[in-house]
Design a protein around this ligand. Structure first.
Ligand SMILES: [Zn+2]
Length: 305
């Protein structure tokens, strides 16, 4: 089973530092140091605290978060720490992120619970070619017949994700800026590489209460522990480009990236929509950029004679 997003998690630290506040800078018991340490908007983060925040426990990766409407025709149907979004249209639905294959039936139940039909999913897209976000693509296609669309630069990595030996389905290859349209809804695929070569940030507009909102489904922007020069160049372009996207509603492929739990707690009938949060659109990018730059610094210092 491929799960690069958590490949470096130290199990003993899982759950000890959900917001990174108490993460030790140095591992207990002789593991590699948990550096760099960065502080963004008063919160301190380390590589392990971010992984822990993103992935949670094994149960968090397989237990449904209560399915709910986010805004307009966008619904959350994922598990506690791996996002999956259903975008409904009169011509069928789009699913963004299948997550692990073992979660597909859980996602199906969440879709059903919201009153929609899983079989009506016509298009499946994803944020990036790691198993925790796109391992379930083949099963979703098998169950729904959906067309699977992927960013060109992520195709080789996606083809390597083959649960049970099943080939990874890819029906349409997308390029940066291409649109995916179904039943009056248009998603735009933005190439935001770094975390993977084809990491894709998706944007769309959603209507609610007579207003139009710019929604951003962020990819993961987490830097690897060792940054190759071509990956550094990709991140530099990505972090600059992101801020040019219009954004009212920040979402992400791990719920902690947009503070889902707290926002969900603020949902109330007739109240303002907590997912409309333009002030915090780029907090996650800020955290990851700070971590990326600090990682590069450490790397450069280590390489100096
Ligand atoms: Zn990942």
């Amino acid at each position: 089973m491929k799960a690069p997003c958590r490949s470096t998690v130290v199990p003993a630290l899982l759950g000890t530092a959900f917001l990174g506040l108490s993460a030790p800078a140095f591992a207990q018991g002789g593991g590699p140091p948990d550096v760099p340490v960065v502080t963004v908007r008063g919160q301190t983060y380390t590589p392990r605290s971010i992984l822990s925040r993103n992935m949670g426990t094994e149960a968090d990766q397989t237990t449904a978060f209560p399915p709910h409407k986010v805004i307009g025709n966008i619904y959350y149907v994922g598990v506690r720490t791996l996002s999956s979004f259903l975008i409904t249209t009169p011509a069928g639905h789009i699913l963004l992120n299948s997550t692990y294959e073992r979660n597909v039936r859980t996602i199906e139940q969440s879709v059903t619970q919201l009153g929609f039909k899983f079989a009506d999913i016509k298009i499946l897209v994803g944020t990036h070619a790691h198993g925790d976000h796109q391992e379930g693509d083949a099963l979703v296609k098998e169950l729904t017949g959906a067309q699977v669309m992927a960013m060109r630069e992520d195709v080789p990595a996606l083809e390597g994700i083959k649960p049970g030996g099943k080939a990874h389905p890819i029906d349409r290859v997308l390029r940066d800026g291409e649109e995916v349209t179904l039943g009056g809804t248009t998603l735009v695929a933005h190439l935001t590489p770094g975390h993977t070569r084809g990491c894709t940030t998706w944007t769309m507009s959603a209507q609610e209460g007579g207003k139009t909102f710019n929604v951003v489904f962020a990819c993961s922007y987490r830097s690897p522990d060792k940054v190759a020069p071509e990956v550094a160049a990709e991140f530099n372009r990505t972090f600059k480009m992101l801020r040019s996207l219009p954004c009212d509603v920040p979402l992400g492929d791990h719920p902690a990236q947009y503070n889902l739990a707290a926002k969900y707690g603020r949902l109330s009938p007739g109240g303002s929509n907590p997912f409309v949060d333009p002030a915090n659109c780029w907090v996650e990018a800020e955290i990851q950029e700070a971590m990326f730059r600090a990682t590069l610094d450490l790397q450069q210092k280590a390489q100096r004679p």
